[in-house]
Design a protein around this ligand. Structure first.
Ligand SMILES: [Zn+2]
Ligand SMILES: [Zn+2]
Length: 313
């Protein structure tokens, strides 16, 4: 059973290509909630094509205010309205995001969509959380304020040991349920039973890091991406254009792969692929020289993460 489904909606840099749309990535969680990272032009078309439920998008995280990452948001918000969305939507982005959306939508942004839209200008650091995960942001070196996002699941309680529960005389039913939620109960012989007496060791959750445009400063970005199960980074340039990468404040696939290796990531997916097609074949080769688990992402590529895989680590 899939726990988390990640879909690459757009993997092109700057301008659309015949086979690559502009930046967008959807993450569908096990309970159905969808988190959308960037929303380049054409994102809503890709959402339909790759069967992501757009009404389940609860939060949108914009990396920066360059057109290739955000021009799809106007149409998407409008389609949600036409489809009679009622659930609130939260949009996070770098400083200036609120002003940017207000300048286009005016007062309509507050209450003209029929559903509540909250826009939050976000700095580096903690962004938001719910019971099961938190989102943290990190800046990259780019021509405008740019944020990469890490989705970090909180540790989950350990497995419930039914044999132990019976041994310690805990009555089955509501008391078992309470223990499973991490609460203490009283046993049949009136002893306090703490959850850790019945539950196995805590289980770690997934860490998924969605890097955006820019160069990733090693001393900053390696700790941020440390241990990621899935690491998505940009690869706008290859080795032969290293000087251009520096000048334009982007990364090469090799630089991104070095980050993945140092951060001990499980897998690296490279995106933001430039239309200079003569380079594309080099990108994967150069990345894999540094980090063999690197692949070039393509539109429609899906990653399925299964919680059971964490238990066999
Ligand atoms: Zn870009
Ligand atoms: Zn950019």
């Amino acid at each position: 059973m899939t726990t988390i489904r990640i879909v690459f909606l757009g993997t092109s840099a700057s301008v659309p290509q015949k086979n690559r749309f502009l930046s967008g990535l959807a993450m569908q969680r096990e309970k159905g909630e969808v988190l959308l990272f960037d929303c380049g032009e054409g994102t809503q078309y890709q959402i339909m094509k790759y069967k992501v439920n757009f009404q389940k998008i609860a939060k949108i995280f914009l990396s920066h205010l360059h057109g290739d990452h955000i021009y799809g948001i106007f149409g998407l918000l409008n389609t949600m309205k036409l489809a009679e969305r009622r659930n609130p939507l939260k949009i996070f982005g770098p400083p200036g995001t609120k002003q940017f959306l207000e300048s286009f939508f005016g007062e309509k942004l507050e209450n003209g969509f029929g559903y509540q839209i909250g826009v939050f200008d976000t700095e580096e650091g903690f962004v938001c959380e719910d019971e099961e995960y938190q989102i943290v942001a990190k800046r990259t070196i780019h021509s405008v304020h740019t944020l990469s996002y890490a989705y970090i699941e909180k540790d989950r309680l350990g497995h419930f040991d039914t044999k132990k529960a019976k041994e310690l005389k805990v009555k089955k039913g509501t008391k078992w349920q309470k223990l499973q939620k991490g609460k203490s109960v009283l046993s049949e012989d009136n002893k306090v039973i703490l959850p850790e007496m019945i539950l196995g060791p805590k289980r770690r959750g997934f860490k998924i890091v969605i890097g955006s445009d820019g160069t990733y400063l090693e001393e900053d970005f390696v700790p941020f991406a440390m241990g990621a199960d899935v690491l998505v980074l940009e690869a706008t340039f290859s080795d032969i254009n290293e000087s251009k990468a520096k000048e334009k404040m982007h990364s090469t696939s090799r630089w991104s792969a070095i980050i993945a290796r140092k951060a001990k990531a499980k897998k690296l997916y490279l995106t933001h692929i430039s239309p200079r097609s003569e380079e594309e074949e080099n990108l994967e080769k150069e990345a894999q020289e540094e980090f063999p688990e690197a692949i070039i992402a393509y539109d429609g590529l899906e990653i399925h993460l299964n919680r059971k895989d964490l238990e066999t680590e």
